[in-house]
Design a protein around this ligand. Structure first.
Ligand SMILES: [Zn+2]
Length: 147
């Protein structure tokens, strides 16, 4: 028997508020260690390299290069490195039909709303964004080039 289990939980965004606010706006905001200058995306409150707990935030372009990709029947994911970041991270691919080797951070596709908890008791967790990548040239890139 297969049962889908949905858990509601709340995580204080605390010092990572700029990172989450950026994701909600479709922007990549990385943390930069004040001590060794290591740039992490997703942002971290503590440096993974020197363990300093003072970080600043800096915007990235949102462009990412695919390091490895995994396609399944229900979803596609990729290990990517965002431009300007010293780290790699996994993202969901919003347009899996594309075979482009790079893309841009984007908001989740509209059909992902089925992943939201059926009983939304906490709006903060209901709107917590995930990492999605649109492969190829995205509208976000076109807009930034037109300015
Ligand atoms: Zn550091």
């Amino acid at each position: 028997m297969k049962v889908r289990l949905v858990l509601d939980y709340s995580i204080n965004e605390g010092v990572l508020q700029p990172y989450f606010d950026g994701l909600r706006a479709g922007k990549a905001i990385a943390s930069r260690c004040d001590h060794c200058k290591h740039v992490a995306f997703p942002a971290r409150s503590t440096c993974a390299i020197c363990h300093a707990d003072t970080v600043s935030f800096q915007p990235l372009s949102g462009r990412a290069t695919v390091v490895h990709r995994s396609d399944g029947p229900a979803a596609s994911h990729a290990l990517v490195r965002f431009e300007g970041a010293d780290t790699q991270t996994t993202v969901a691919i919003s347009n899996p039909q594309s075979t482009e080797p790079s893309g841009t951070l984007c908001k989740p596709p509209a059909n992902q709303s089925e992943d939201e908890p059926p009983n939304k008791t906490n709006n903060e967790t209901a709107h917590r964004p995930g990492l999605w990548l649109c492969l190829g040239t995205s509208p976000l890139t076109k807009e930034s080039n037109d300015v």
